[in-house]
Write a protein that binds this ligand. Sequence first.
Ligand code: ADP
Ligand code: ASP
Ligand code: MG
Length: 396
Amino acid sequence: MALIVQKFGGTSVGSIDRIEAVARRVINAHQQGHQVVVVVSAMSGETNRLLGLAKQIDEVPMARELDVLLSAGEQVSMALLAMAINKQGFAATSMTADQVGITTRGGFNNAEIDKISTESIQSLLDNGHIVIVAGFQGRDNQGNITTLGRGGSDASAVALASALKADECQIFTDVDGVYTTDPRIEPQARRLDVVDFETMTTLARLGAKVLQLQSVEYAYQHQVPLRVLSSFEDDRTTQGTLVQMKSDNQTSIAGIAVLANQHLFSLASQAEKMIWQSGGIASQLWNNVMDETNSSHVVVSDADLAQLKLAHSDELHHIDNVATLSVVGNAATECEQAMLATLAGEGIVVHKVQHLPQCLCLLVAESDHKRAVKLLHAQFVVAGLSEHEPELLAVS
Ligand code: ADP
Ligand code: ASP
Ligand code: MG
């Protein structure tokens, strides 16, 4: 008998039919003799709907009340799933993060899990229950509701798996694993059987939202066995992608991560740029104040736009909608000139280039980014992988 944590994302619980399908999958694991803890996200679109309501009142809503509001989405899913499992004759109990005892630190909206009490879950499991926990939420040491940042149910699942010493943390989503790039942009993307934690961390940081960054970092640090699977397919057809410690197999380029919906602005002065700080990845990548070219330019994500406008409404000049493409792998930097030549050959302008360890980031116009991904993927990712087939390992 194993203890398994299964997490289901928004599209996996997006309708009553989907929730009933999840119930059957969870019951199936339970019937195989496993103890099962399920983590659910809000039904797809629900968190954005709630955020939209808040923004009708205040473009930058109060952080505490925003967390009270957004955490409600997960509570709907957990109750509906518990009802669906009970209806099929199996005992299931849903629990909020507060009921479980998931304590967070680091304030509102982007909190980190600090501690989890496992007693209540363990006693329900020992009594034969399937336990369903609301993802994305926690409580701080003052008793306030907190949330873990967008996509944060992945972090809930990994942290629970670690606290419960689960045999595996299974992230069920709408694709059957981690691909060499977002398969919705490039249908030719390849599924990776295995990806190492360092590569996965870089991919997740730079936009591969199939796994939320904090969940990968947590799993890496606490050595949680982590697997990405599809909730839309039969378990027997694919083993998904296993995220594991480094292995000896190396591929030169593992994949391409994409951060779309970014905006390139110029501010009135370099001083203005230094005043404006955002912890977001776009800002970390492109707004380094030491940067000498385009010195008063800033790149902001959609999420940070309201903050920037609030701080600098008079001095802002919008230049372009942009996207960041990040080519990840130990050969990324050495392929830089060839990549730039490929893109230039197709008339794609690269606004800026940034080097990170085992990663090359390119800032291109939003309107060019899908074409650029397809070109780079065909020429630099697929070509590199075919040397390693049939294993399709991505190890940086
Ligand atoms: P969930 O709601 O289940 O948490 P997400 O939407 O957060 O699902 O993550 C799944 C999505 O991640 C996929 O639909 C896919 O478009 C996107 N994605 C981005 N990069 C990758 C990648 N490298 N491999 C797989 N999926 C990716
Ligand atoms: N519902 C939250 C979101 O949409 C958390 C999650 O889905 O993991 O970001
Ligand atoms: Mg997600």
